[in-house]
Each structure stands twice: as structure tokens, then as C-alpha cells.
Design a protein around this ligand. Structure first.
Ligand SMILES: [Zn+2]
Length: 186
């Protein structure tokens, strides 16, 4: 039987905060995704760098349909490389790269990217864990609660952490940060 979801979330959160500490970050500091990638020795490549090798594919995802491709981890032997779409906003790129680094931190095995009928296969459990990891890496809940207690708006918090406002709102909802910042409003 798989462990309950709450248990897994706590494990992922703990690992994310430990990783932030290893990088020397306080709960209030911004995490730079490329610094974390370097620390984990995982190379990160931009989609625009592939223009010369495959202009049709690169241009399709960079200009025609950027939403269709965020990032992917490519495995070769025992190594991995992250390829991400640098046409996305810096805030989205931070989330995309941390999502892929999350797969690495969680030691997710490579899964076949494409199934027999040519469709991309997803393991929703691993995807949810990687996304949870990205959120916890980028926004420490102690920093979030403190900022809310001081009256910071989500847009200010987003700027401080280099993330989107959507990511801040999602973290507020998922961690109960607003209620913890303003216990009287219960
Ligand atoms: Zn993923």
C-alpha cells in the first residue's frame, strides 16, 4: 500500500527545506534554480540553444506554442540533463527548472517518455511530487507566513522569491500560510 499523501508531502517538504539549507539559504532568501542545478551537478540547457540543431522543433515550442513545452529531463546512461523552454517568463522558468530538479532530488527513475501509440506517458504521482517540491524549494513557508504577517501582497512576495503570483497563491493555499499569519481571522 502506498504511504498516505500527507506523509509524502511532509517528506518532500523536509527534503526541499534541507536542500535550501545546504545552499546556505534562509527561509527568506530567493533560491536561484541554476545555482541549485549546479549544486546537484545537473546540466541545464535552454531550448533556444537547440535552434541550430533542430530549428523546426525549437521554433515551434519557442514561438508557436510555448505552453506545449515547459521542461523535460533527458537521461543518458547514469546522467541527466534538463532541457527547458526559455521562451517562458523568468518566473515560469524558475518553476519549470525546479520541477525537473525535483524529479532528480526525489530520485525518480526515468520513465519512457512516449508510449506505444506515440502519446506521452505521465505518472501523475511523480508529477505531483515534483511540483510540490518545486513550490517548497522556491517558497519556504516560514518566509511566506512572515511576509503575510507583515502585510506583504502576493505580488511583492512573488517578486522577492522570483516566482509567479500564481505560485505564491498556490503555496498560501497549500500551507495554510494566511491563517497562520492571521490566527485571529479564523
Ligand atoms: Zn515532471
Amino acid at each position: 500500500m502506498p504511504p498516505p499523501a500527507g506523509f509524502v508531502k511532509k517528506h518532500v517538504t523536509d527534503l526541499a527545506y534541507e536542500t535550501r539549507e545546504e545552499l546556505g539559504l534562509s527561509p527568506f532568501d530567493r533560491l536561484e534554480p541554476l545555482a541549485l542545478a549546479e549544486y546537484l551537478a545537473i546540466p541545464v540547457r535552454k531550448l533556444s540553444e537547440l535552434r541550430e540543431e533542430n530549428p523546426a522543433a525549437a521554433d515551434y515550442f519557442l514561438t508557436r506554442d510555448p505552453a506545449a513545452f515547459s521542461g523535460v529531463t533527458v537521461f543518458h546512461g547514469s546522467g541527466r540533463v534538463i532541457l527547458h523552454n526559455d521562451a517562458h517568463s523568468p518566473a515560469r522558468q524558475a518553476s519549470n527548472i525546479c520541477h525537473e530538479l525535483g524529479h532528480g532530488l526525489l530520485l525518480h527513475d526515468p520513465t519512457p517518455a512516449v508510449d506505444g501509440s506515440g502519446c506521452r506517458e505521465w505518472d501523475q504521482v511523480m508529477e505531483d511530487q515534483a511540483q510540490w517540491m518545486a513550490g517548497a524549494l522556491l517558497i519556504h513557508e516560514l518566509g511566506l507566513v512572515t511576509a503575510l504577517r507583515r502585510g506583504s501582497e502576493p505580488s511583492e512576495i512573488a517578486r522577492r522569491y522570483g516566482v509567479s503570483e500564481d505560485m505564491v497563491t498556490w503555496r498560501i493555499n497549500m500551507t495554510g500560510a494566511y491563517r497562520r499569519a492571521h490566527p485571529a481571522h479564523r
